[in-house]
Design a protein around this ligand. Sequence first.
Ligand SMILES: Nc1ncnc2c1ncn2[C@@H]1O[C@H](COP(=O)(O)OP(=O)(O)O)[C@@H](O)[C@H]1O
Ligand SMILES: [Mg+2]
Length: 290
Amino acid sequence: MQEYQPFKEGKVREVYDNGDTLIIVATDRISAFDHILKNRITLKGTILTQMSKFWFELTKDVLPNHMISTDTKDMPEYFRQERFDGNSMLCKKLEMLPIECIVRGYISGSGWESYKADGTVCGIKLPEGMVESQKLPEPIYAPSTKAEIGDHDENISFEKSIEVLEKLYPGRGEEYATKIKDATIALYKKCAEYALSKGIIIADTKFEFGLDENGDVVLGDEMLTPDSSRFWPLDGYEAGKGQPSFDKQYVRDWLKANPDSDYLLPEEVVGKTIAKYKEAYALLTGKEIQ
Ligand SMILES: Nc1ncnc2c1ncn2[C@@H]1O[C@H](COP(=O)(O)OP(=O)(O)O)[C@@H](O)[C@H]1O
Ligand SMILES: [Mg+2]
């Protein structure tokens, strides 16, 4: 049997190369305040992979995506081990475009900081008198370039995203930049509206796109998980202040109250956090995680 080693190991995910496909595995690791915590959140990896699967299926008519299967029977023999069950996705390998496509539906985080400073978010002038966590009149597209390891991603204008893509794909920069912008807004609108009807606000998120063998734009990476998005509970939402994170609320609160914990959570906080991930999955999909 062929053995596999991840060729890429991020904070939370592992990526395995399989020729013209990839196997992307979401682990049970959790990060907060830019650190990987010492605890594992049982089933978090499975929940995140199944959530991406849910959104990919819901939106395949808006834009094709890279998902082939989450069944390990469709993967090389090595992946038919319990530790890959449910948390792995076989994907079509794409040539990734070097743009992170961020979309903001609510004013929060760095967007809120920017608005307080000069009344704009991502270069867009907004009405006066907006308050923190308020819904934006229209979702805002905020591309950024992927930084080398260690650097922070750099926000860029839409025009700059055309330039970056034009350099890589002469004659097609504007076409690709427009396509990923329009897809980002369309995917966000459809899914945020759906999530809202289930009690979850998706305040913002990030998509990554790539090109298939025909040069067509395809959605890649993970989709609308709490790791790539800000999820807020609709219950208790009130503009004018910061909102609790749907999934990491207990973790962040506890870490703030226990600065000397060395990133080891008590079991009680782990248990409550597992329950939040299960709740998010059940609310969104109407199904219990297995
Ligand atoms: N279908 C795909 N084909 C090729 N690369 C992909 C595909 N989907 C996602 N990727 C890439 O896989 C990597 C996943 O790594 P990740 O764990 O998110 O760490 P990071 O974002 O820090 O690089 C990213 O570089 C992403 O762009
Ligand atoms: Mg990533």
